[in-house]
Every structure is written in structure tokens, then in C-alpha cells.
Design a protein. Structure first.
Length: 151
């Protein structure tokens, strides 16, 4: 799942995002979050990847992955996860509003997983590996119920 800085800055000011990712204490004007060649850009790219993987873990088995197009709802949820991750790496205590936003995003993802929120995406193919079915192979029992009744 791909989101970008513009998606994230719908939920947080770019200056605040830079402060959370600028470990080198460079001037804000010198930090380019869109450039993965910079340290802050690389950090943001990693957090986007992590959040995308978390979102996709809720979709796996329900929707065909990778997604051909990303609905705005998923971009918004992923952005909220990225912001939470940014705070986690910089502060000892995440602000309450960011904590609530993160928990709400996870609740919405759980509702998608349960099927209570339906996305306009291609459904995943179902087979035993996806639906959680288990196949077991084992040798025949040596002692059947009839053998054990005598004891």
C-alpha cells in the first residue's frame, strides 16, 4: 500500500512531522521528507512501509493483495498509523489524541477484517490456506477404540 507525505499531512502539520523525523537537527527548510536518500525521508519511508504492512495484515485473506488501487479510507488509516509510529520513536509518552487516533484506526481495521466495513476492492480467492483450514496427515491409529475398550 502506498501513501505519501501529502496523505500524512492531512492529519499532522508538516513542520511537526519534520520535528518527529529530523534526528539530525537540520533546518526544517533543508529536510525533504519525499526524498528517500535523506535520513528523514528514509525514516518516513520505513514507517510508511511498516504501517502499510500492518494495514494489509487486516486485509489479507479478504481482499486481493497487492491492492490495485488504495481507497481513501485505507490511506487515512495508514497515515494515522504512521503518525503514531513517528511519535513512538521520539517521545516517551504519545499525546492522548494521537493514541486515540491510533486505537480508532485499529478498531476500524478490525471492523474491515470482520466484514462490518466493506471496501470496494477485489475479493481474495478462498482456499484452505487463506480461510484458516488445516490439513493433517498422520499414520493410522495403532490402538482403536475397540482395542481400548478391553482395558
Amino acid at each position: 500500500m502506498q501513501i505519501n507525505v501529502a496523505d500524512i499531512t492531512r492529519f499532522i502539520a508538516e513542520d511537526e512531522l519534520i520535528q518527529l523525523l529530523n534526528d539530525e537537527n537540520a533546518l526544517a527548510d533543508e529536510v525533504d521528507l519525499t526524498d528517500e536518500a535523506t535520513a528523514a525521508g528514509e525514516r518516513l519511508s520505513y514507517l510508511i512501509l511498516s504501517a502499510g504492512e500492518e494495514v494489509e495484515s487486516y486485509l489479507r485473506g479478504i481482499y486481493a493483495l497487492p491492492l490495485a488501487n488504495t481507497p481513501q479510507l485505507l490511506k487515512d488509516l495508514c497515515s494515522r498509523l504512521v503518525i503514531y509510529y513517528c511519535f513512538l520513536r521520539r517521545v516517551s509518552e504519545v499525546p492522548a489524541d494521537r493514541e486515540t487516533s491510533y486505537k480508532d484506526a485499529l478498531k476500524q481495521l478490525a471492523e474491515i477484517r470482520k466484514g462490518n466495513i466493506v471496501l470496494d476492492l477485489a475479493k481474495a480467492e478462498t482456499d484452505s490456506a487463506i480461510t484458516g483450514g488445516i490439513t493433517i496427515s498422520a499414520p493410522a491409529r495403532k490402538f482403536t477404540d475397540n482395542d481400548l475398550e478391553a482395558w
